[in-house]
Each structure stands twice: as structure tokens, then as C-alpha cells.
Design a binder for this molecule. Structure first.
Ligand code: ADP
Length: 452
């Protein structure tokens, strides 16, 4: 591969530029008018402006991205995450324009992008899923019947959902009818597809996901788990690997199930199989993400495998040269998502100019970020400033490094989630590792907001 177009922005675009530079592959950045000053544009070999600031007029414009790819004569497109990363039509268009899409095939994206189809696909392969309706439910009567059968509380989920959106919880028949209609309406508005399905709502689970790599020659590996239980409104804030809950035995079982799920989907390239795990260690598939994840660096630091380079290698047709038994999980890594949000004001977005920026460093610290002093965070996109990753030989070391790095991090001019992360890192409950998806809510109810 000689040249790759990066169909994304922000820290992930920069991450891909870095991997390409190490591989000796040329990069083409595409950018919106709001991102002229962005680091990924400065550091790529070439850059083409594809439109005005709103994503719909730039980063989501398939026609303009394909034209840029043709003008610059690239071999492949890396979609990153978000934007067009899980858009099957985009993958199809790349293929028909003779450009490699760095990810799975359009048909796999389509199949796993519909959460109800994804569930039935892995179920058939013998992987346990969260008990729920058999596929989407159309009418209120059908939905209510499914909810009663599944047992309250239930969660109503959009088949096309993502990013923690499009989910409503109901505790009884009365709240169910209301939530069902809201869920359908929201799904239609946000995802352009009002189809929903029902799942039992598991109380206080852990969110544990497995990183998968699959080449074009039938080899599928898992790179261990990430514990992403630290979430606010179903969106991840802190991720770590390995999970403090997962024993070597459970890892083996879950890893096998994840590989089975990927194999059932006919998966190729990097992907993530997500499970909810109850306190007994029973685990249930919820969905598969057919792209690189925000939290991929924790797996990279634990396994010492560069996932972006592997994605590029796989797309080039290379064989995965590693065997499952050689993948080691000898380190512990943790990632905090640093967002331009004000935790003291209900995480309100805080775009603006960064007056002073100093990123932490030193042993065991990694910062993936596209910002710098003087950079203006545009209001049009997500609020992520970057990701702070700390790692060490054991959890305790990774935590003390994270604590130290959060204390060093200086970002002036905008509000950030750094003080919130600092407060969590000091919390004995978090430090104990006894965490579930309810942790953040519980922490916020007992912590004084002076802390952040
Ligand atoms: P998305 O694709 O929007 O991220 P997911 O299906 O991955 O949606 O779910 C996101 C989060 O929502 C999970 O990590 C978990 O916290 C919560 N969740 C989803 N399904 C259930 C369920 N059946 N029971 C309890 N919590 C759930």
C-alpha cells in the first residue's frame, strides 16, 4: 500500500497518520473548513478540503471523499470511528471505485450494524445473548407481549443505535407503552430507522468487550478484554485492560465466544465484540462494532500490538503472523477520555480556544490528541480533546501513573473532564476495581461537585 486517505478528523486521524508514517505509507487528510488548523491536516503528506464545517457537508459526504481519493490516487481509505466508519454504503462505494476500505466488507457491516440481526447471527453460533424479543417488535401489543415474556425491567433499543443513544428503560406495563413510543420516535429521528427490539435490563452489569483481529485467510484472534463499565448515560468515560473482574478462565471462555461471534459474522479486520457480564460471571453478547474503537490504545499497551498497523496489513491481504497462545496480557493499561465539557455543569460542552496546553509524559504515559496551545475546539463535532493512557506492570502502577499524569495535564481556556477523572481516580470504590455500569451515577450521588 502506497497512500491512504483518512476519512476522519481529530485524534483518530492523527493516530492513523502516525501509523502510516511508521509504515512508510503516504497520507491524504480530508478536512472541513473548520479543521484547517487541525494537527492531522498539518502532519499528513497531502490535504484536501471537502466542504464546510457541518459533518453532513464534509465528513459525511461520500461523493466528495471518493473524488478526493480518486484525485490523489490513493490505494485505500481508513474511516477511523464515527462518521462513515460503519456505513455499509460507503464501504460498497469504495469497493466499486477500486479503493480498499480498511475494515470488514459492506455486507458484514450491514449485518452487524443491525443489532437485532447481529444478535440472531451470534445466537445461531451458540453465543449467549441478553434475553429479549426475537428480532424487532413492530406494534405496541407485540412489544408489550415481548416485554412481559422477557421480564421487567426491560430496555428498548434501536436496531440501528450507537453511541449510547436510542435506549429507554421500562419497569412495568404502564411505563412501557410510553417509553416504547418515545424510543421508536427517537430512533427514527436520530438514526433514520424507527425499528426497535426489547432486552431484559440487566441490573448493575459490567461492560466487557473483546478486541478481535481477523485476516482474509480465515485466522481470527482475540486480544483480550477491555472493561468499559465506567460510563455516563451509556457512554464510556474510562476504559481499562485487563478487567479487574476477569480471571484467566473467564478470559478464555469469553475470548472463545468472541471469536465464535466474529467467525459467525464472517468477520475480517479489527472489530469488537461487546458483552454484559453479571456478578456471577455469566456473560451475554450485546453487539459487535465493526471498526476501530476509541479505547483501542489500552489493548495496544497491554499486548504491544499496533492495531492500526494490523488493520492496514489485513486490508493489504497479509496473514496475521501471531498465534493466540503467543498473545500475552502482561501489563495493565487505563484510558481516560478528556472531553471539552464542564463536569460541574452537567457535562455541558465547552468549545473554545485552548490558551495554554501542556500534556503529561514520562514513563508509562501516552497521550493521543490532536490539540495544542492556541488551537480552537470547533463546536461542530464531538467534544473529545484527547485520550490519556497510563500503563504499568500491574493495575496499581497504572492507576498511580494515571493519577500523576492527570495532575500534570494543563488545559486552559476551556472546561475539561480532567477534574472529574481526578476525583474518580482518588475514589476507593473505583480503586477497589469493584465497578459496574452504575458506578458513575452512584459516585456522582455521593461525591460533592466541589471535587470537580
Ligand atoms: P451503543 O451501541 O449505543 O453503545 P450498546 O448496546 O453497546 O449501545 O450499549 C451501551 C451500554 O448500554 C452498555 O454498555 C450498558 O451500559 C447499557 N446496556 C445496553 N443493553 C443493556 C441491557 N440489556 N441491560 C443493561 N444495560 C444495558
Amino acid at each position: 500500500m502506497q497512500k491512504i486517505l483518512i476519512a476522519n478528523r481529530g485524534e483518530i486521524a492523527l493516530r492513523i497518520v502516525r501509523a502510516c508514517n511508521e509504515l512508510g505509507i503516504k497520507t491524504l487528510a480530508v478536512y472541513s473548513e473548520a479543521d484547517v488548523e487541525s494537527l492531522h491536516v498539518q502532519l499528513a503528506d497531502e490535504a484536501i478540503c471537502i466542504g464546510p464545517a457541518p459533518s453532513k457537508e464534509s465528513y459525511l459526504r461520500v461523493d466528495r471523499i471518493i473524488s478526493a481519493a480518486e484525485i490523489a490516487d490513493v490505494d485505500a481509505i481508513h474511516p477511523g470511528y464515527g462518521f462513515l466508519a460503519e456505513n455499509a454504503d460507503f464501504a460498497e462505494q469504495c469497493a466499486s471505485s477500486n479503493i480498499k476500505f480498511i475494515g470488514p466488507s459492506a455486507s458484514v457491516i450491514r449485518q452487524m450494524g443491525d443489532k437485532a440481526i447481529a444478535k440472531s447471527t451470534v445466537q445461531k453460533a451458540g453465543v449467549r445473548t441478553v434475553p429479549g424479543s426475537d428480532g424487532p417488535v413492530e406494534t405496541e401489543a407485540e412489544a408489550l407481549k415481548a416485554a412481559k415474556k422477557v421480564g421487567y425491567p426491560v430496555i428498548i433499543k434501536a436496531v440501528a443505535g450507537g453511541g449510547g443513544r436510542g435506549m429507554r428503560i421500562a419497569h412495568n406495563d404502564i411505563s412501557f407503552a410510553k417509553e416504547f413510543h418515545i424510543a421508536r420516535h427517537e430512533a427514527e429521528q436520530v438514526f433514520g430507522n424507527g425499528s426497535v427490539y426489547i432486552e431484559h435490563y440487566i441490573q448493575n452489569p459490567r461492560h466487557i468487550e473483546f478486541q478481535i483481529l481477523a485476516d482474509h485467510h480465515g485466522k481470527i484472534l482475540h486480544l483480550g478484554e477491555r472493561d468499559c463499565s465506567i460510563q455516563r448515560r451509556h457512554q464510556k468515560l474510562i476504559e481499562e485492560a485487563p478487567s479487574p473482574f476477569v480471571t484467566p478462565d473467564l478470559r478464555k471462555k469469553m475470548g472463545r465466544a468472541a471469536v465464535k461471534a466474529a467467525s459467525a459474522a464472517g468477520y475480517e479486520n479489527a472489530g469488537t465484540v461487546e458483552f454484559l457480564v453479571d456478578e456471577k460471571g455469566d456473560f451475554f453478547f450485546i453487539e459487535m462494532n465493526t471498526r476501530i474503537q476509541v479505547e483501542h490504545p489500552v489493548t495496544e499497551e497491554v499486548t504491544d500490538i499496533d492495531l492500526i498497523k494490523k488493520q492496514i496489513g489485513i486490508a493489504s491481504g497479509e496473514h496475521l503472523q501471531i498465534d493466540q497462545k503467543n498473545i500475552q496480557f502482561n501489563r495493565h493499561a487505563i484510558e481516560c477520555r478528556i472531553n471539552a465539557e464542564d463536569p460541574a455543569r452537567n457535562f455541558a460542552p465547552s468549545p473554545g480556544t485552548i490558551d495554554l496546553y501542556y500534556a503529561p509524559g514520562g514513563h508509562g504515559v501516552r497521550v493521543d490528541s490532536h490539540v495544542y496551545g492556541g488551537y480552537t475546539i470547533p463546536p461542530y463535532y464531538d467534544s473529545m480533546i484527547g485520550k490519556l493512557i497510563a500503563y504499568g506492570s500491574e493495575r496499581k502502577t497504572a492507576l498511580s501513573r494515571m493519577n500523576r499524569a492527570l495532575n500534570e495535564y494543563i488545559i486552559r481556556g476551556v472546561k475539561t473532564t480532567i477534574p472529574f477523572h481526578r476525583a474518580i481516580l482518588r475514589d476507593p470504590v473505583f480503586r477497589s476495581g469493584n465497578i459496574t455500569t452504575s458506578y458513575v451515577q452512584e459516585f456522582m450521588s455521593r461525591a460533592s461537585s466541589d471535587l470537580f
